[in-house]
Design a protein around this ligand. Structure first.
Ligand code: FE
Ligand code: FE
Length: 167
C-alpha cells in the first residue's frame, strides 16, 4: 500500500487493529471456555461482546473514510493468540491455567491499548473528531478490561495458583 502521509499510516494501523479484533473474536470464546473461575469466564464473555462492538466501530470509521477494512493481517496478534493457545494446551491445574490465561489476555489488552491510543491521536491530528471519539470509547473498554484482569489476578486467581504450589 502507499505510504505518503499520516492519513496512509492511520488507515494502515486501523487495518492492523481490524485484523487484531477479528482474530480476538475467535480466540476469546475459547479462552472463556478454558477458564475455570466463574468471574474470569464472565470477564472473557463480556469482552467478547465488547470486541464485537470494537469491530463495528472500526467498520463505521472505514465506511466514513470510503475505504475497506480488510487486506491486512496483524502478525503481532497472531503471535499473542498463539501464545494463549500454548497456555491452554498445557496440562496444568485449573488455577494455574487461569493465571496463565490472565497473563495472555493482559498482553493482548496492552497491545490493543497501544494501538488504539495511537490511532485516536492520529484521528485527532487529522481532524476526524468522530473517529477519535469512537476510538477513545474502545480504548476505554480495553483499559477497563485490563484493570478487571489485574484485580482478578491480585484478588484470587494467582493466590490460588500459589496455594496449588504449597500443597
Ligand atoms: Fe478490542
Ligand atoms: Fe480487548
Amino acid at each position: 500500500m502507499e505510504m505518503n502521509d499520516l492519513r496512509d499510516l492511520y488507515i494502515d494501523e486501523l487495518r492492523d487493529l481490524y485484523s487484531a479484533e477479528k482474530q480476538l473474536l475467535r480466540a476469546l470464546p475459547k479462552m472463556a471456555k478454558n477458564a475455570s473461575d466463574d468471574t474470569l469466564r464472565q470477564a472473557f464473555e463480556t469482552h467478547t461482546e465488547e470486541t464485537k462492538g470494537h469491530v463495528e466501530r472500526l467498520e463505521q470509521i472505514f465506511d466514513k473514510l470510503g475505504k475497506k477494512p480488510g487486506g491486512k493481517t496483524c502478525k503481532a496478534m497472531q503471535g499473542l493468540v498463539e501464545e494463549g493457545k500454548e497456555k491452554m494446551e498445557e496440562d496444568a491445574e485449573p488455577e494455574l491455567l487461569d493465571a496463565g490465561l490472565i497473563s495472555a489476555a493482559q498482553r493482548v489488552e496492552h497491545y490493543e491499548i497501544a494501538g488504539y491510543g495511537t490511532v485516536r491521536t492520529y484521528a485527532k491530528l487529522l481532524g476526524d473528531e468522530n473517529a477519535a471519539r469512537l476510538l477513545q470509547k474502545t480504548l476505554d473498554e480495553e483499559g477497563q478490561t485490563d484493570k478487571k484482569l489485574t484485580k482478578l489476578a491480585e484478588s484470587s486467581i494467582n493466590v490460588q495458583a500459589m496455594q496449588e504450589q504449597e500443597q
